[in-house]
Design a protein around this ligand. Sequence first.
Ligand SMILES: [Mg+2]
Length: 235
Amino acid sequence: MNNLQIFVDFDGTISINDVTDEIFKIFGDHQNFITAFLNKEITIFDYWREFVRILPKNLDEYLLEFYKEQPIDPYFKEFVNYCKNLNIPITIVTDNFDFLIKKYFEFNQIEQLPYFSNTLLIENDKFVPEFTYANEGCGGFSAVCKRNIVLENTTDDQICIYIGDGFSDYAAAEVSDIIFAKSTLAKFCAENRLPHHNWKTFFDIRRILEKYISEKSFRKRHQSTIQRKWTYEKE
Ligand SMILES: [Mg+2]
């Protein structure tokens, strides 16, 4: 299955809750910052700088306790094995931070999948964010330009499958061929007439994927091809 590439969001997609929202709510003024961001009073970078500022000093130990209360999608592990057996690569694209992602995978005893995320640095005893994959053209909803990661890691003849739930996934979904969307992303797709599959758990995704595979019904989505070309011409 070398012509398939799967990209998966992390927060609210692999982890059932958005773990950054949960941490922000515990240690900071999440409500004010998310409202300011959605009202375009602050950028996504301001939002993440504040998130990093409020992180507890003993983050390592804290996460070990905190992750006990942050369930993973019950069918995700199975889904990873299923894709592995079929040689379908899975890449995680997340606006979360490397340290939090790695710890979550360790905690849930899942092999580390390739991922693209922001980077959490420690400088002078303080956490500092590094926006390793930022790109201005990405629409401002995500510090990691998930769209460019999708574009740069797929070839024109590959079918790109995108799985996500939130606003950080908008621009990446637009350039993908098959979209699995829930929550805010599903609403965005519906409003923008992006064909998508609704899903609740990775069981649903696997079931639909199996159908595509058995019927050999993968198609490049015409609009995503146009969107890709347009993106390249613009940059
Ligand atoms: Mg998400």
